[in-house]
Design a protein around this ligand. Structure first.
Ligand code: ITT
Length: 196
């Protein structure tokens, strides 16, 4: 099975490789394997619309193979669900993960926010080799810590404490994340559909 991931995020790619490792004959490629590939602007209004934009853009140049696009992000209740679909660029167009985290923690102190409940959301769009479009979603609930802790993972992992845990995702690491994350849930649904 040849699967093309419509992402430029290496953290996501690592998690897809782990989450799909039970597929023995799987070969994973990404948009980076096409030197001329230019991603389209993510101007959708929802995670699903943006995942469709990513998957459709790659499918336009890679037909007859499996293509997967994913849009994900962090919704913080006390910030009216921001950064949401803007998670990757919360602190600016080329923001590093550390800058996005710094902005998030600052936003939560400008007007002290008691409600630190948050969720990671993942929306995936898969095109089968014959062009059918499948959707798989996942959500992981948790809270935002007061400071970044841990070195593992990517994005907002250092400030996200999953429900029922006392450590951040960046401390818990891939063993936990690839069982329980928003992305892991979407991947499990994809694997189930493949087996059906
Ligand atoms: P692609 O669009 O190329 O896939 P991206 O990083 O821009 O890469 P998104 O637009 O889907 O991807 O933005 C997702 C952002 O949400 C990501 O950059 C992180 O900041 C955050 N995020 C999503 N999943 C995460 C996770 O599992 N752990 C930590 N942060 C995550």
């Amino acid at each position: 099975m040849e699967l093309w991931l419509a992402t430029g995020n290496k953290g996501k790619v690592n998690e897809y490789k782990i989450g799909l490792k039970e597929l023995a004959d799987l070969k994973i490629f990404t948009q980076a394997d096409i030197p001329s590939f230019t991603p389209r602007p993510e101007d959708g209004k929802t995670f699903l619309e943006n995942a469709q934009i990513k998957a459709r853009t790659l499918k336009a140049v890679k037909s007859g193979v499996w293509v997967l696009g994913e849009d994900s992000g962090l919704e913080v209740e006390g910030l009216n669900n921001l950064p949401g679909i803007h998670s990757a660029r919360y602190a600016g167009p080329k923001a590093a993960d550390s800058e996005n985290i710094a902005k998030l923690l600052k936003m939560m102190t400008i007007r002290p926010i008691a409600n630190r409940k948050a969720r990671f959301v993942c929306s995936t769009v898969v095109f089968t080799p014959d062009g059918a479009e499948w959707h798989f979603d996942g959500v992981m609930n948790g809270t935002i810590s007061t400071k970044p802790v841990g070195q593992l993972g990517f994005g907002y992992d250092p400030v996200f404490i999953p429900e029922g845990q006392t450590q951040t995702l960046a401390e818990l690491g891939p063993g936990f994340k690839n069982q329980h994350s928003h992305r892991a849930q979407a991947l499990k649904a994809f694997l189930e559909k493949l087996k059906a």
